[in-house]
Design a protein around this ligand. Sequence first.
Ligand code: ATP
Length: 363
Amino acid sequence: MSAIRINGLVKRHGGVAAVQGLDLEVEPGELVVLLGPSGCGKTTTLRCLAGLEDATEGEIHIGGALVSRPGYKTPPEKRSIGMVFQSYALWPHMTVAENLAFGLRLRRLPAAEVSERVETALRLVGLSALATRNAGELSGGQQQRVALARAIVLEPEILLFDEPLSNLDAKMRERMRLEIRELQKRLGITTVYVTHDQQEAMVIADRIVLMNAGRVEQMGAPRQLYERPVTQFAADFIGVANALGGVVHSIDGARTTVAVGNAMLECTTQNDCRQGDAVDVIIRPEHVSVIPEHEGTANCLRGQVTDVIFLGSSTDIGIASGIGSLRAQVSPPGVEVPGQEVRLKVNPAAIVLLRREPAVNKA
Ligand code: ATP
């Protein structure tokens, strides 16, 4: 049985459709990330799950129980949910321990159990030493840990995160996302995590739900979304993509040949193209390599370096080529310089072909 099941969720605010028919099942212990640009409906979906918004249409089940359908809603406090927000929403003048104990006391748990649970939760997030400090005196990273501890101390069935790391600096964000991931796996709590940061999503998620304008664009494991985007939006949103226009020239078994610019590219990845189809040809920068002269033939091109960005462990190179402008990520770093003529190879097993929708005939 799924831990969360959402069927046909629609949420309208007046004339604005924030979510437009979302279906999602989350397995027990799974961490699902809702990812997408600002305004795509991530937070609204999360708030409907938490019971903070009334869904306009559709049903939500948590742990097999119906918690929302039009005209009926289980209130937030009756759903076994812990939430962590971007703003930590702590009580600054209470101690860390009191912040955690508050919700447990509301549930009238015996004092001994309250202090035992508070101690355990603080140990889990590495804050035992700060239990008696006022929450308002802590650093951003520490406050975020208190917010996390406050969510898990209630032992919820489900954890919901809404952009929890947005207020932290880059280093602390990287550290906290690994900590959240590790803790979530250790506790095995089913989790839905909202972010617009694709890197954060890739690091933390078992599965990413990529949203666009209130709908699901694509869902799958991070690697699947990166290597096999099904739309140009997905290819663009996750990682860097060279996207070129082409026409399918011929298909020979598993090999598709595509005319791109003034060259032909061979592609051996699975696709549903037919001869003559207009396609978007998606190539990740790490699948464009700079090769020595006289080496290789298939998918080899000439190009001229336009710019070079040194990234430490690799170099990002802009190249003008017969198939168009490309970005290549070369690792280990090469010694290319702007203006240099280079020979390139595009890996045929890593090219994604997306059929373009036929143009609508308006005549
Ligand atoms: P962000 O990353 O910026 O938080 P989001 O993907 O979480 O964006 P939502 O906050 O869910 O997006 O908003 C989705 C759409 O619904 C947006 O167009 C937003 O303006 C609209 N919206 C959200 N809440 C309300 C509201 N209370 N009243 C009117 N419109 C709303």
